[in-house]
Design a protein around this ligand. Structure first.
Ligand code: AMP
Length: 508
């Protein structure tokens, strides 16, 4: 039987020369492919010695480091379940995750050990190790005397590999259960679809606790045996300095706007680059166009989520269309439905639904919620709204995301899609960016409300914005009020936290 353990699949694609550099860090360290194999074997032996029952969860909240990636590989090798946690989470959030995932082992930053281990033990966790970003902490010390050989545990495609907690911009975080088969099928598909090449070098500046940085970026480089340059966090200046040595870069839209604002960023800095990928949040058309003009590269925007990994992508070969997230990936069925399973015609807005080997099996210990989120014919209801656009008759349709269904505003019986209104506001010369939300209104049910960031030298002029919009869009879509803020609240992945804005302006 073929071992479907994701680690076995990744390792089968590591290059023949195990002494070649697999990862280089921004503090000048080099890790070979052998280091990844031996390091993950030592950690897998340590985990294995705890004699945990199959399916035990290992929750990890640590700063980004190569050792943190090796720990992920070790958990896969040992046949256990990896639960990455956003480093921003504090006690009350961690209490929820520990209570929900009931991990057997927690790995945390050394500086958090005292308070976090108390919390973990109170939730029934058996062991707490620490791992710092400078190879410090008890985890590596305990693994140091373990053997550097380990036979990767045999797993089936449906066996659980990871639980990813959704980022929770619309409610309580839920654990998405991802199998070895989900992860490997998506990594294989993206390897071909994005044309990964033998000498690719991935410049990696994303966090490791999220689908984008871990399961798209790292799995993508590892399954192609490609070197990564690891940055501990995104800094435009450092990315600019390393671009001449890289061929692939993946980022959230904010990375691209910051690169564009960085002095010295131009086409010369990108001559070796093959591919820039954007995702996790909508890429503004303006950024897409500015980036092409300044760098000579057309950003490839793709769409995915913790529950489904990547499902739609602009093509590597072929036309990338700004404002769209591209075509359905091979082997993935994507539809825009009217909510009763009937497909919408191109141009019509509906619920984005997906089925395929990339789609998770359900939310951890939430069978009712899982049932609600799948249609009777087995499609996962993403919660995003979108529409198909057909660029040329006879060509595959491209998907445009219109917003989250929970963000949809219903005002006086009319549906308002925030992204459409934001598009008009963002085009005003004085505006940097905007978020459109619905706030409770006695008459309309909800009132369209805009929260806007204006350029430093521009006036915060509500009347002008409202008057301009009135000349451009239907009256019911025009914000009843415009509020000005210095910046929009964003989570670690660059998504605007509309829930916070709705709370803040609820009584406005
Ligand atoms: P997460 O599970 O944290 O990756 O969040 C997934 C959500 O991010 C999706 O359901 C979308 O709402 C949003 N998202 C991901 N990629 C894109 C994209 N390219 N454009 C717009 N929204 C996106």
């Amino acid at each position: 039987m073929i071992n479907a353990n994701l680690y076995a699949i990744l390792a089968a694609n590591f290059p023949g020369d195990k002494q070649a550099c697999a990862i280089e860090t921004d503090s000048g360290e080099y890790y070979t492919w052998e280091d990844l194999e031996r390091g993950s074997a030592m950690l897998a032996n340590l985990l294995h010695d705890s004699a945990l029952p199959p399916g035990s969860r290992i929750a990890v909240q640590v700063e980004k480091s190569v050792e943190a990636l090796i720990l992920y590989l070790a958990v896969l090798r040992a046949g256990l379940v990896y639960v990455p946690l956003n480093t921003a989470y504090r006690a009350s959030e961690l209490e929820h995750f520990f209570g929900d995932a009931q991990p057997a082992i927690v790995v945390c930053a050394p500086g958090d050990f005292v308070w976090l281990s108390r919390l973990a033990f109170a939730s029934g966790v058996q062991q707490v190790f620490t791992l710092g970003s400078q190879r410090d902490g008890s985890l590596l010390a305990r693994a140091a005397r373990r053997s550097d050989r380990f036979t990767t545990v045999a797993m089936g495609n449906d066996d659980l590999a990871a639980i990813l907690y959704t980022s929770g911009t619309t409610g309580r975080s839920k654990g998405a259960m991802l199998s070895h088969g989900n992860l490997s099928s998506n990594a294989h598909v993206l390897r071909t679809f994005w044309g990964w090449q033998a000498d690719d070098v991935l410049l990696h500046a994303l966090p490791l606790f999220h689908v984008h940085g871990l399961l798209v970026a790292c799995n993508g480089a590892l399954i192609n045996g490609s070197k990564m340059i690891f940055h501990s966090h995104f800094a435009a200046r450092r990315v600019l300095a390393d671009l001449p040595r890289a061929t692939v870069f993946m980022g959230v839209p904010t990375f691209y706007t910051r690169l564009l604002a960085e002095e010295g960023f131009d086409a010369r800095a990108c001559t070796k680059m093959r591919l820039f990928v954007s995702g996790s949040a909508p890429l503004l058309l303006q950024t897409f166009e500015d980036f092409a003009r300044v760098s000579g590269h057309v950003i490839l925007e793709r769409y995915g989520m913790s529950e489904t990994l990547m499902l739609v992508s602009n093509p590597y070969l072929g036309v990338r269309i700004g404002g769209t997230v591209g075509v359905a990936l091979p082997g993935v069925a994507v539809r825009v439905s009217d909510g009763s399973g009937q497909p919408c015609a191109p141009g019509e807005i509906g619920a984005i639904e997906v089925k395929g080997p990339n789609v998770f099996s359900g939310y951890w210990r939430m069978p009712d919620k899982t049932r609600e989120e799948f249609t009777s014919d087995g499609y996962f209801i993403t919660g995003d709204l979108g529409k198909w656009v057909v660029p040329q008759p006879g060509e595959p349709p491209y998907l445009t995301i219109v917003g989250r269904s929970k963000d949809l505003i219903i005002t006086g019986g009319y549906n308002v899609y925030p992204k459409e209104v934001e598009g008009f506001i963002d085009r005003l010369p004085q505006v940097v960016e905007s978020a459109v939300i619905g706030v409770p209104h006695p008459d309309f049910g909800e009132a369209v409300t805009a929260v806007v960031v204006v350029r430093a030298d521009s006036a915060k002029d509500e009347q002008t914005i409202v008057a301009t919009l009135k000349s451009q869009i239907a009256n019911f879509k025009v914000p009843k009020r415009v509020y000005f803020v210095d910046q929009l609240p964003r989570n670690a992945m660059g998504k605007v936290q509309k829930n916070l804005l709705r709370e803040r302006f609820a009584s406005a």
